[in-house]
Design a protein around this ligand. Structure first.
Ligand code: PDD
Length: 287
């Protein structure tokens, strides 16, 4: 079965799915994207993804290519054509095609592309084993709240992490505070048991999984502190973990080669993973 993509109004086999060489996404990374998880054919937390997409586009003065409702129809159609029930949807909106010039003029005609693929969340072995992260200087621009397709600093850092045998790199700002992972949100359970993640600001992407997990944790009576934390605090933490649409909740058992807690996934992390899985499978009645 050939994979089908939606490209600017058409459903096409991947081999024919292309955008113009003068698309500003290609020329300038002038565009944004979303990754939406799909479980049992259901789009997970799609309202949060739509909100973030609208915020990202608004910050760049790119219009929404179509209404949320029409976008949902396209996404479902791409899922159906590719027979994806569990996996991810990738959607990208660029400012569109124009002769190359830094400044843009006139109204843009944004170009929307949507693809889907089967993908499983991290398997039980990885979830129960946990992963290693390294820390690196955060070399990204200063508007990481926008889900821009310009991911150069992210991919360089992820590449370095993988080359060093780590799953992810946690990025550190000029004040020695952890911002986030290259494609994931950073969390710790501090040495005195507080569940902590950095507050939303322009230094990080407002993760949809982050928002859902804060809600889930609070609904379960857990306190979540949204405050910055440093590398030193992370190294002394009882537990550390990361979250994202595709990784769910994944325990971190070492940072820069130093063991976190006893070097195995901690109880708070595993409890949150369990609750998040129930949320994704639609069996979470706490919200
Ligand atoms: N990454 N921080 C960054 C820099 C990210 O790129 C992502 C998402 C997250 C987590 O956000 P969410 O919970 O909404 O997935 C945090 C996506 C999955 C990606 O680039 O593939």
């Amino acid at each position: 079965m050939s994979r089908i993509a939606y490209v600017a109004g058409q459903y096409l086999p991947h081999s024919q799915a292309s955008v113009h060489i003068e698309d500003r996404g290609y020329q300038f990374a002038d565009g944004v994207y979303e990754v939406v998880a799909v479980s049992g054919g259901r789009r997970i937390d799609d309202d949060l993804h739509f909100e973030r997409l609208e915020r990202s586009l608004g910050a760049l003065d790119i219009p929404m290519p179509m209404s949320r409702r029409a976008l949902a129809v396209v996404m479902d159609q791409v899922l159906r054509l590719n027979r994806v029930r569990d996996g991810i949807i990738y959607l990208q909106v660029t400012r569109g095609q124009a002769p190359r010039d830094h400044a843009w003029s006139g109204p843009s005609s944004p170009v929307l592309t949507v693809t889907a693929r089967r993908q499983s969340p991290p398997d039980e072995a990885l979830a129960s084993q946990g992963v290693a992260v390294i820390t690196l200087k955060d070399q990204r621009w200063k508007r990481n709240d926008i889900k821009s397709v310009n991911l150069l600093a992210n991919i360089m850092a992820k590449y370095k992490a993988r080359a060093e045998g780590a799953y992810e790199a946690w990025l550190i700002d000029d004040d020695d505070l952890i911002t986030e992972g290259t494609s994931t949100t950073a969390w710790i359970v501090s040495s005195d048991g507080q569940l902590i993640t950095r507050p939303l600001d322009e230094a990080i992407l407002g993760g949809v999984t982050r928002a859902a997990l804060i809600h889930i944790a609070r609904a379960a009576g857990m306190e979540v502190e949204e405050r910055p934390f440093s590398r030193t605090e992370a190294l002394a933490a009882r537990e550390a973990f990361l979250t994202s649409t595709s990784a769910y909740v994944l325990a971190i058992v070492s940072i820069d080669g130093q063991k976190i807690g006893d070097g195995t996934p901690g109880p708070v992390t595993l409890n949150l993973l369990d609750r998040y899985r129930r949320h994704v499978s639609g069996n979470d009645f706490s919200g």
